[in-house]
Design a protein. Sequence first.
Lengths: 418, 216
Amino acid sequence: MNITTPSRPVIGTPHRPYRRGVENAILGGVCGGLAIRLGVRERIVRILFCLGALVAGIGLLLYVVLWLCLPRADESDAIAQRLLGPRRQLRRVLVGLVAIIVFGLILQALGAPSLGAYTLPIWLSLVGMIGVWRGASPDERRHLEELAKSAPIVGVPGSRTKRSFYLRVILGAILVFAGLRVLRHFGGAWYVASPALVGTLILLAGVAVGLAPWWLATLSDLTGERRERVRVEERANVAAHLHDSVLQTLTLIERAAGDAEAVTRLARNQERELRAWLFDPEHASSRDLAHSYVAQLHEMEAEVENDWGVKVELVTVGDLELNDDVVALVAAGREAAINAAQWSGASTVSIYAEVEPATVSLFIRDQGSGFNLAAVPSDRRGIELSIRQRMERHGGTVALKSIIGAGTEVELVLPRSS
Amino acid sequence: MSQPRVFLVDDHELIRSGIRSELAGAVDIVGEADEVEAAVEMILERNPDVVLLDVHMPAGGGVAVLRALNGRCPEVRVLALSVSDAAEDVIAVIRAGARGYVTKNISGPDLLDAIYRVAAGDAVFSPRLAGFVLDAFSLEGAQLEAADVDPDLDLLTPRERQVLRLIARGYSYRDVATELVISPKTVESHVSSVLRKLQLSNRHQLSNWASERHLL
């Protein structure tokens, strides 16, 4: 979003930096951009490029290279940067390049009609154009699609129906056939014509591949329509959901306006539900089943927040299927979290769960009052029974650390059985 | 340290005034904007120390602001602010150049602390963000594509992993320092190094998150 770049050349005033034009682009905006950069009329630049193209195709090649390497004025990355960014993409580009060169060599070997000095620049430009198509931003692609639709032969406006497509194919076939007759006539004998035939077929295949983008453009029109329909349905879903959950809760809050604690609880509950629905659709839908470690923890988070009026901050890394041991781990964790909510006086309980290759661990921490483990009265057996003994039964360990005035952390670790 | 000069970007007036009143007196608010283009222009003009940037806005949101600022004012540091803490949002703004990320339900003092930290050049990692990073840089992923991994960028050191794990457990930087018997400055340099990796690594988990971001 470069605000200062003019959209048309200011005659006589060069403007840095050199970017491809957007407003004044016909094809890629290379000439328009250069005109802005130099402060001259676009037409002069365009004529010079066309003249350059007549000199063994150099102008054409230069145009495509600039198209690839220069960012558009409203974008930060050039097409080439975008293509070469991810390493995997780079590999694909190299493979494509090699394939094109091999293809060119085969054509050469088969004796396809050569264009003399123009051959190489034209091939390279073709490769470049494929690159442009692959790496173009959605905006630029839309521009090119529009251009393609208004181009002659390929897509006369309003002719993108099935019938005109068949017509074109039949017309093409007749032309190819006629062309072959002509070739045979001039070649005099079939054995002279057959290499030319192979060459022509390959050339046609090449043209078909080259036209694939226009095909895609037609297809994308269809998907666009489908997408629109999905969007409308989505909106209806959102409205329904908001009505069922958010509006209901707001009504409840209005009714409970006098009871601060109830209001907080309702709001927090609704916030969590809405958040899950908006940003974490997978967990939201599988919540009812709660068949994984993380899903169980989310359930526990909600329960502790609701029942004890504290904020639970749950962070999870990795996940695994439930089994008896994991259920016990979560149960022990719930006990620890409830202890923290009930006794520590802290307003937030942090829970961190991590699944590693060899272990599953759960940390419950509060920054509350802390306590002296030795001073816990013997009739309060929560830690001993619900946490330590339960973990030990399932082969796990408990580490408890509490500092008076700074808080408590319970660390539960369970080895993973196979 | 003198009061940092703060710039607010959020499309909701209510949120902006809330933040203003919470920060009143503790920072110097030099301006605010409610849309992407105005924000970019004014930030370039006023050169604040810290930009508080809303993630979800029309016309590209916080990421668009970060992209437009990209490289044009390296001394301006951005702290992203959002209602969501969905992975794709967090990762996208961090990779676009934000120095930290907090959710809007953060308390006033915590927000102030985060602003001062970002102003001083440090990174702000919430427990949730630390969890994302541990997830994204999981060892299992690394083994799958060992050939493609750049150890300087794509792997966390054991120490960084320890630090992140403690942050995810709810430890403050100071608590982390005490627990690992290192200085708070060292903790901060570990976190900054993780932030750099998060921004530059090519791990596909990260680029996926960044590219799949078309929510809202």
